[in-house]
Design a protein around this ligand. Structure first.
Ligand code: ADP
Length: 392
């Protein structure tokens, strides 16, 4: 994303009034930065698809202007315009009697590329979207799963290397597991190709997972909020956005909030070859009940509790292995998941092999609160009283 340049797409007071008088989109203005993945999200019928189709002029705006790379493309040749934009839809619309290879090469063929160049490009793209060309190039669309067909759709949209990709509920028709897969594959792909992507979905989870920016629409193509996923979840602009993102937005926000060095706790650190009595002293000096144990290369080994330090010997004789760790660029959600998976009260944060510190449930919670200062209304865990049920 580069905000210092002209936006790749600019909508300037764009309106679509259908023949029956329905105003699907009213005076919408928004910029899509170059290289950003922008998700249009909102309830059914709020004008997302109309907005997207106005960008490639499958629907002509009633008024307003659309700019592509600073050029006014509101009028002029719509067919030429569409060649600058890959388009992926839910029902991929592959040609049933053409092989996968030929389907992917459709636009290069229209553009008059020679057959050798077309084929090379199509093979390269199949590889890029994770379909082994050796297995899939010669098949026909009906010989593929829904998820695989969707990948072909993406490969086809990218074939002529357009700067912009328009995607309308592209993963809407596949089962949840394939969908999850396609989403993560698509994020990986986008890292590589860095297109400017306009992506329509009604699913806030998908929007949060994929978007660099999210535009939340209400009926009539009204833009209620346009911001990063963390801000949309952490500081919804109004009641409509808050309702739309859901009451579990705090949980959702964990998946878009990274770990900050300031979030980490630093329990005492001891080494495998330290004497236990030395370790005990360190723990007592720190007032801590446990320490992180590193090996001689300063790599994470595990932990030791104060109760295990009373014997004589070395830390290595009493230390417990502990393998719950996340890389420093993980999200709070990944840290939480790691903690739960290992049934651990903490998770180590590593930069490569280097131990940086730990996160605990309390620090995770504080990190989440710190990530959005504006969203400070809530109850701290210390203020929550839990009724404990004891069985006789
Ligand atoms: P979304 O993609 O958010 O579900 P759409 O952009 O498809 O919404 O539709 C926005 C509004 O425009 C809806 O109220 C829909 O019924 C209306 N609409 C869509 N296409 C037409 C059309 N061809 N004629 C009249 N109204 C339409």
């Amino acid at each position: 994303m580069d905000a210092t340049q002209d936006p790749m797409i600019r909508l300037d007071r764009v309106t679509k009034r259908y023949a029956d008088g329905t105003v699907a989109v009213g005076e919408l203005s928004m910029d899509v930065p170059r290289g950003a993945l922008v998700v249009l999200v909102g309830p059914s019928g709020c004008g997302k698809t109309t907005t997207m189709k106005m960008v490639n002029r499958l629907i002509e705006p009633t008024s307003g202007h659309i700019y592509l790379d600073a050029e006014d493309v509101t009028h002029g040749d719509a067919v030429k315009l569409r060649r600058r934009m890959g388009y992926v839809i839910q029902q991929v619309g592959l040609f049933p009697h053409r092989t996968i290879l030929d389907n992917v090469a459709t636009v290069p063929e229209l553009l008059g590329w020679d057959s050798k160049r077309r084929k090379a490009r199509a093979l390269e793209l199949l590889e890029l979207v994770g379909l082994d060309p050796g297995r899939f190039a010669k098949r026909y669309p009906h010989q593929l799963s829904g998820g695989q067909r969707q990948r072909v759709g993406i490969a086809r949209a990218l074939a002529a290397d357009p700067p912009v990709l328009l995607m309308d509920e592209p993963f809407g028709a596949v089962d949840p597991i394939a969908r999850d897969h396609l989403q993560s594959e698509f994020l990986r792909l986008q890292q590589e190709v860095r297109k400017t992507v306009l992506f329509v979905t009604h699913d806030i989870e998908e929007a949060v997972r994929l978007g660099d920016l999210i535009a939340v629409f209400s009926q009539g193509g009204q833009l209620e909020q346009y911001d990063t996923p963390a801000t949309i979840l952490g500081a919804p602009a109004n009641g409509f956005v808050a309702d739309f993102v859901g009451s579990d937005r705090g949980l959702k926000r964990m998946s878009v909030t990274g770990i900050d060095a300031a979030d980490l706790e630093h329990p005492p650190v001891v080494h495998l070859d330290d004497e236990l009595d030395v370790a005990a002293k360190r723990l007592r000096a720190d007032g801590s009940r446990w320490a992180v144990v590193l090996d001689s290369n300063n790599q994470l080994h595990g932990w030791i509790g104060i109760d295990s330090t009373s014997a004589s010997g070395l830390v290595r004789d009493a230390a417990r292995r502990m393998e719950a760790w996340v890389p420093a660029d993980a999200t709070l959600k990944q840290a939480m998941a790691e903690m739960l998976q290992h049934d651990a009260g903490w998770v180590a944060v590593l930069d490569g092999d280097r131990y940086l510190g730990v996160l605990t449930p309390t620090t995770l919670y504080e990190a989440l609160r710190r990530s959005i200062g504006a969203d400070a209304v809530g109850i701290a865990p210390a203020e929550i009283v839990l009724d404990t049920v004891t069985t006789a």
